[in-house]
Design a binder for this molecule. Sequence first.
Ligand code: NAP
Length: 240
Amino acid sequence: MTFEGKIVLITGGSRGIGKSIAEAFAESGATTIVTYRNAIDNEYFDSKGIRHFQCDVADIKSVQEMIDKIISEHQKIDILVNNAGITKDGLLMRMSEEDWDMVLDTNLKGVFDMTKSVTRHMMGKRYGKIVNITSVVGITGNPGQSNYVASKAGVIGFTKATAKELASRNININAVAPGFIGTEMTDKLPEEVKAKYLETIPLKRIGSGKNIADAVMFLASDMSDYITGQTICVDGGLVM
Ligand code: NAP
């Protein structure tokens, strides 16, 4: 698959799933740009020819400034991958308002901020592919993650609403719902929780960032031109 000539923007691309997605696009010839919030390995990303911007997706002003800068340099953004996400797990009775707000602001409002700022330009070009990274728990629910689950279920609804709204402008908007993928986000789970998850995965293995990148690239390519508003689970069969 080649993305030669395409401008791809991936939020939260400094590590984990976002980094795998960025590497896959860069290897396929796309001009690849990632965002992050705290820190990035400049040397590594520079060596791969991947541009990087520090930008909090929850801060719409910084998002708009970054998008304006990218547009002034590249004139377009063809593909947006809304990947940045965080967890602040806890049972409802013990969950602080701050932890609720932080997760919703990053995972859901961040997708709104980015999509609104980028589609303004995609509409003019009458072309765009947006892939939102949600989670299987946004479909199934999960105890101890009411903030995260609400944000990810929100992303699925947002994907459908925006897909309907922007279809006439030739902008396809879909979501990928990862299951259990080996990253820093999942590394911090207790070993017994990981073992329990593994038992429930029909394919009996934890997924990789590349598994997610493969699905994202399909949804960002012309092979999925007639698909919009969908959520594809990439989860070893966990949810079916
Ligand atoms: P990760 O390893 O924790 O990486 C998260 C990335 O998001 C980092 O690049 C981080 O940047 C960035 N980020 C966090 N808050 C941000 C903000 N406010 N603005 C901009 N960037 C921000 O996470 P991951 O496991 O790769 O997960 C990626 C996505 O997949 C998330 O949306 C997650 O919910 C979803 N997901 C993951 C799994 C899994 O099993 N790992 C399963 C289902 C869904 P900094 O390093 O600078 O903070």
